[in-house]
Structure formats: C-alpha cells, structure tokens
Design a protein around this ligand. Sequence first.
Ligand SMILES: [Zn+2]
Ligand SMILES: [Zn+2]
Length: 310
Amino acid sequence: MTARALGAPDPTDTRPRADIEHEVWKAGVAAGLGDARDLPLDAHLHTVRSPDADAMLEAYCVLAAERGIPELAITDHVDFDPSMPAYGFASFADRERDVREAAARWADRGLAIRFGVEVTYEQRYEDEIRRWLARHPHDYVIGSVHVSATSPYKASNVARFVAGRSLGEIVGPYFDEVAAAARSRLFDTIGHLDFVKRYLVPYVLPADLAAAPELYEPVLRALVESGTALEVNVSGLRQLPRETYPAAPIVARYRDLGGVHVTIGSDAHRTEWFSYGLGEAYRLVTAAGYDALAFRRGADRVAVPIRKAT
Ligand SMILES: [Zn+2]
Ligand SMILES: [Zn+2]
C-alpha cells in the first residue's frame, strides 16, 4: 500500500476543506497508511496545549508504546503574532511540565519523550523569537511558516491573490519567509517546507509546483547553507495535497544540493492521526539515500538511525 492510493486533488471539488480532508484521511487509512509501526522517531506532534489540537499526550504515549515508536518530540505551537491562535495559548511552564512528567512516567517503559516547540516564523518577529528561544530552552525547535488572518493564502484572500499572478509570484511570499526562517539559524528544522500547497488547491495544484522545481531552489539552498534540517512532514498525506510537505523529488533535490540533515514528523493533532503516514515518510527519506534522521535532545545533536522501513 502506498500514498499513490490517495490520488490527486480534484479541482472541481468545492466542499469545505475539512470535509475533503476527512475523506483523504479515511482513504489513507483504507490504503493502509493508518498505523505505521516500528519506526524510531516522530519529531512533530501536537497536544491539547495547541489551540488546533485535541490529543492527550498520554494517548500518544500509549500508542507509541503499542506501535514500537520509541521516541517522540512534542512540538506544540507558539505564535508571536497576537492575532494568531497560539499567541499566549499555553505557557512555557505548563508545556514543559506536561512533557517532562510524561517523560518521567514512560522512561522505564522504553519511550523517550522530548520537549519541543513549533514556532510560527515571520521575519518581522525574528528578533523577538530569538530572544524568547534564548530564555526558553527546548530539546528541539521547529520553525514553520503558517497562514495568518492577513495572509494572501487565507481562504478568503487566495482567489483574489492568485488572479493574474505567475506561479513564482504566487508562492514567492511563502518561500521568501521559509528561506528567511532557515537563514535565521534559530531552528533545528523547518516544518512543512511547502505547506502553502494546501492553501493553493484548487488554484494551483501540487502537480503545478512539481513542474517548477526551480522555485524551491533558494529555499533548499538556504537550508543547506544554514545547516537547518529538512523536515518531511506527513500531514500533507491527510490534507488536500495528498502528498508530503515536501514531496519526494524535492527531498532528492535537497540531497543533490548537499543537504545532509533530514527529519520526519507526523504533525498529528488528533489521537487517531498518530503515526498515520509515518511509514511513507520513512520510505521516501530512505529512497532519497538517507540512513539517519537529524534530531536534537537538548544539548545533544544526534543522528537517529533509520531502521528498515516496513
Ligand atoms: Zn505547522
Ligand atoms: Zn505542527
């Protein structure tokens, strides 16, 4: 079973995004993507400490133990734009306590739980993020570009924004922010490198971006030059694009450019999404020639060997 069973987005499907994505997820479960097991790490997970997630950390731990996934990074959202939902949502102390207590409960049961964070990056908040990260140490830090209320990619803005623009002009604002996030050297990895794909369906399809790999070039070079890891984010396999963020050819191009650090995250927000699609991401990374994932456990940067993906 592979992600190809998910097909491609249907540009004539005008149902609400949540309805379509629920169907994509169900199709993925039916295709065997639902409960990957015996994989060494999931480095991107959200709990109830994120405003858009409803999973209990303990539920992830139970599933991880059952499915043989011995290491998790809990990476709840932290936003710096006051209009964004995770701004002030959970305190550092609450997030850290949740994770450290779970780590202590599970340590002698073969499960390692790391205290991570997913920071929403915007160039205008870079100094503030830098100061905050310096005062709030985490085991592992993801920097991601998200879609804010004023973003051109927001559902209410995107049709007007794409009209009359070239593909390069359409994705440019997103990729410029992603490249800046990498160049900031603030982050261990950049989350879901081309998440903008989700917001551009049906105006721009993943196939359109796949046909223009040159648009990724500055972003990939920024990752390589800064030593920031490329995350292969599974959530695209249950969202409109029906492929990982980024897709396999971009991972291969990153390697060709000299990229040595890759990581993998499911980006689960619900208990039932735990480990969904993770095997696909491991297969993809292995096929690109990597035999370990880049990770950080606080002071220690580590390479997590990839066992043979099932
Ligand atoms: Zn994200
Ligand atoms: Zn996330």
